[in-house]
Design a protein around this ligand. Sequence first.
Ligand SMILES: [Zn+2]
Length: 126
Amino acid sequence: MLFALQAHAQGAPEHERCGLLAGRDGVITLVLHAHNIAGDPATQYEIAPAELFQLMREIRSTGLQLLGIYHSHPHGANQPSRTDIARAYYPGAAYFIISPQPDVENPVRAFSIRDGEVSELRISTV
Ligand SMILES: [Zn+2]
C-alpha cells in the first residue's frame, strides 16, 4: 500500500497527486487514484465532485469504508499545509501526505485533522 502511494506520487513528481484509501477496521486494502483538477496542480489538489462521488460509490459497492485521503507534496515537507488543514472535510479520515523525493526519511506520513487540530498517526504495515 505504501509503495503504491509512493509510486503514484513519483509518477508525476512535479504535480500533487491524490486519491482515496479504503478498507475495513482501520486496515487499508484499496488505493483509488483520482485526478487532480486544481488550477495549480503543482501546489494544490482537488478532486472533481463527480469523480469523488463515483469513487465513494465504488468503495461502498465493495463493502469497504473510506479510511483515508492521500495527496503528494512535490516540494517541501510532507506535512499538512494551511490549505490542507482548512480543507480537511472528512474528520474521520486519515490524511496521508506523500513525498515523491527519493531521499526523504518518511515518504509516507498520515495525519488526523479535526477542527484545525493536527496530530500525526502511526502507520503500520500488515
Ligand atoms: Zn497538501
